[in-house]
Structure formats: structure tokens, C-alpha cells
Design a protein around this ligand. Structure first.
Ligand code: NZQ
Ligand code: ZN
Length: 395
């Protein structure tokens, strides 16, 4: 087991009927005015907006709104919100929505206190060490952003989608009411779950194998798979929503990183190029890339892939046969719950692979290299490796 520090400063309020607490939390933190950031309007259709506004009014918290954050959130919207936040002299950013909204809220929070273009933070030219406090109400369980210091933004002009990570970006308070997720379209529930599984697997396959973290990871993935199947039957199954929601939070709040080597993250980086170039859902892209990456790298870490086949999928046996059966079964499950599993499934032609590889390698140069990272840990991926993985994902 590797040494580790576990320090997660976010206060997470979880459960049915908890959204009304947001005003009180802001008030207690001494916040009198917030920038209220949200997406394309789902919160107006499912009653979340009213609940938030009522709570803000009740506790005399003023707000100014910026809406229209889109999935795969873009830099121009962040710039727009930073201007409003400065002009209105808000004291905190309140994001109400999914990862796209909350990641934008975090980026705005960092951007308000930086004189240059906050994109600098995404290309290693600026380190975010201060930010306005971020508060949020989460409406889709997927990214774990409600309890981590990460934000992922797309520069739509250059088609670059990069992440940033900072202690200053952990939300001060996050509210997760799983009951409001029953209005999610089926595919969004699935993509969210795939994202959470992918976060766990990025850690699981990073070349480490601490028993306690392995067991928590395997149990959490099995739980997510079960809960997704229940939700496809009945989107209003609260117990399933709640179990899925907490699973997604712990998938990327540090729990799965305990005793490990920092995670692999190759699939995420390759996926970010897919969603940057084709604007597909992040979870959909991961369902395409992950099984292909597994097939390409399992030889570097066979013990852990055998363990995956046994403890997550439930197969018996050993060796390469078992590993390949495990990967195929995982891919089969993704397909069964409605996720795309090939580039073809989302209409990306094989001829585009070189263009995607270029985008991925740009990331290595711009987003990773300034910080000294490589693409991948258990197997460091070069241009040709990325091309081979995408070929495996093609059809
Ligand atoms: O925009 P609205 O109208 O709110 O609709 C959203 C959006 O269309 C809808 N939605 C959300 N809650 C709903 C709902 N519809 C009905 N009922 C509800 N309760 O769902 C759609 C997707 O929302 P989005 O916020 O894009 O989803 P998600 O939470 O999956 O976020 C994805 C983004 O997060 C990034 C991804 O790359 C992607 O850009 N990631 C962020 C990470 C992080 N901060 O730690 C890590 C991840 O690996 C990931 O990269
Ligand atoms: Zn993810």
C-alpha cells in the first residue's frame, strides 16, 4: 500500500428533501450574494430551481443568474459568468446541475480571482490557489465533482478539453438529493454510471493493488451495475438512485485513490478528445474507450485484470482466457444497458482516428507536459499506442 493523505474538505449533505438547506448553508458561511449558475433548464422542469430560490429568499441570500451551461461545458460561458460575477460583486458561486454546471462554477470561482485568462490554468500556465467559495446542488450522479477539486472545460475555439485540479476548488458545501434524478433521461443515468465505474477503474488498474481499496472498488462497481439495472426498470426507485449517487461520489472523492499510485487516467484523456471533437457525452465516450484500452494493456498488469474478471464480473478460472472473458463481459454489460461501445455506434468514422490521435497528443504536450506527467502509468502511451486503442474501439 502506498503512503497517502486523505483530506476532503467538502461538507456533503445527502438525501431526499435536503435542497432547502442551501440558503441556510450560505448564510452560515456569511455569504450575502451568489452567482447562481445552471444549465439548459432541466432544473426549471423538475422543481429544483424553485426549491433553491425559495431557500435563498428565506435566508436573505441575494443572487444573480447565469444559465445555459451546456454539457461538455465551454470556456466562453465561463468567461461570460466571470464578468457577471465581477460586475455584481458576488461572494460565492452556486452551481445547480450536473458536472458541467459545477465544473463551470469552479472555473468561474477561480477565474474571478485571476487577472489573466483562466484557460491558463488548464494549460499549465497558472496554478489555481485561490477561488471564491463554491456551493452546489447536484442533479446527476456521475463525475464526483460534488466532492473533488477537479473541473473539466472545453476551449471550443481550439477543440481542447482539459482538466484542472486544485485544493481551492473543492466545493464548500454540496447537496445531493437523489430523488431529483428520477427525471433524468435513461441514457444520462447510464452515462453517469459508466463515468463512475470508469473513475474506479482508472484507479484500480494503475499498477497498485491494496486489498482494502480493491475490495471497496469491486463492491462499488458491482453496486453501480445492479442499481443501473434497477433504474432502467424503474427510474423512480429511490433506493437505487441513492445507492448509485453515493457510489458515484466515492468513485472520485479520494476513497478509491487510497494506497494507490494516483490513477491511470489514459481512458479519460483519450475520451476527452472524443467529447471535445464530437460533443458526445463523456460517459458514452468512456464506454467506447475503456474496453479497448483494457484489451490493449492487460498484459502489463495481468493479476489485476484476472482479479477484475473474478471479483467484479464473477467468473472463475485463470490466465488470459479469464481476462479476455472478463473484458468481453464488461463490454457486453455496457452494451446491454444502452451505452455505445464502438466509435461506429456514435457515428465516428475510422478515418478520423488520426485526427483524434493528434488531439490526444496535443493534450500530452499542453495539459500534461508542463506538469511533468505522461499519458498513462501502467503503460505509458505514445502516439502509436493511442492509435491502436482507437482502432480496437472502432467497430
Ligand atoms: O443542462 P440541463 O438542462 O441541466 O440538462 C442536463 C444535461 O443535458 C441533464 N440533467 C442533469 N440533471 C438532470 C438532467 N436532466 C433531467 N433531470 C435531472 N435531474 O443531463 C445532461 C448532462 O449533464 P452534465 O452536467 O453534462 O452531466 P455530467 O454530470 O455527466 O457532467 C459531464 C461533464 O463533467 C466532466 C465531463 O468531461 C463532462 O464535461 N467531468 C468532470 C469531472 C470532475 N469534475 O471531476 C470528472 C469526469 O471524469 C468528467 O471528465
Ligand atoms: Zn469521468
Amino acid at each position: 500500500m502506498e503512503n497517502f493523505v486523505f483530506h476532503n474538505p467538502t461538507k456533503l449533505i445527502f438525501g431526499k428533501g435536503t435542497i432547502h438547506q442551501i440558503g441556510e448553508e450560505l448564510k452560515q458561511a456569511g455569504i450575502g450574494k451568489v452567482l447562481f449558475l445552471y444549465g439548459g433548464g432541466s432544473i426549471k422542469r423538475n422543481g429544483v430551481y424553485e426549491q433553491v430560490v425559495e431557500s435563498l429568499k428565506k435566508h436573505n441570500v441575494e443572487w444573480v443568474e447565469v444559465s445555459g451551461v451546456k454539457p461538455n461545458p465551454v470556456l466562453s460561458k465561463v468567461h461570460e459568468a466571470i464578468e457577471v460575477a465581477r460586475k455584481e460583486k458576488v461572494e460565492a458561486i452556486l452551481g445547480v446541475g450536473g458536472g458541467s454546471v459545477i465544473d463551470s462554477a469552479k472555473t468561474v470561482a477561480g477565474g474571478v480571482l485571476y487577472d489573466g485568462d483562466i484557460w491558463d490554468a488548464f494549460i499549465g500556465k497558472y496554478k489555481i490557489e485561490k477561488a471564491l467559495p463554491v456551493f452546489d446542488v447536484l442533479t446527476i450522479s456521475a463525475t464526483g465533482t460534488e466532492m473533488n477539486g477537479n473541473a473539466v472545460i472545453t476551449n471550443e475555439k481550439t477543440k481542447e478539453k482539459y482538466g484542472v485540479s486544485s485544493r481551492a476548488l473543492y466545493p464548500r458545501v454540496s447537496i445531493v438529493d437523489p430523488s431529483v434524478q428520477s427525471t433524468l433521461p435513461k441514457e444520462q443515468t447510464v452515462y453517469g454510471a459508466v463515468d463512475a465505474i470508469a473513475h474506479i477503474l482508472e484507479y484500480y488498474f494503475d499498477g497498485s493493488s491494496p486489498e482494502i481499496t480493491n475490495e471497496i472498488a469491486e463492491g462499488t462497481i458491482r453496486t453501480i451495475m445492479k442499481m443501473v439495472e434497477r433504474l432502467l426498470e424503474n427510474p423512480d426507485d429511490y433506493e437505487a438512485r441513492a445507492n448509485l449517487a453515493w457510489s458515484a461520489t466515492i468513485a472520485l472523492n479520494g476513497t478509491m485513490a487510497v494506497g494507490r499510485r494516483g490513477g491511470e487516467w489514459s481512458c479519460h484523456r483519450i475520451e476527452h478528445s472524443l467529447s471535445a471533437l464530437y460533443d458526445i457525452a463523456h460517459g458514452a465516450g468512456l464506454a467506447i474507450v475503456f474496453p479497448a484500452w483494457m484489451k490493449y494493456v492487460y498484459k502489463e498488469n495481468p493479476g489485476q485484470f484476472e482479479r477484475f474478471a473474478k471479483k467484479v464480473i464473477g467468473f472463475e478460472g485463470e490466465g488470459e482466457d479469464l481476462i479476455l472473458k472478463g473484458i468481453e463481459s464488461f463490454k457486453g454489460w455496457l452494451k446491454k444497458v444502452g451505452a455505445p461501445v464502438t466509435l461506429k455506434d456514435v457515428g465516428i468514422p475510422e478515418e478520423d482516428i488520426d485526427k483524434i490521435v493528434d488531439n490526444v497528443m496535443l493534450l500530452v504536450e499542453k495539459n500534461l507536459k508542463p506538469k511533468g506527467d505522461s499519458l498513462g502509468k501502467v503503460k505509458v502511451l505514445e502516439r502509436d499506442d493511442v492509435r491502436e486503442i482507437l482502432k480496437l474501439a472502432a467497430k
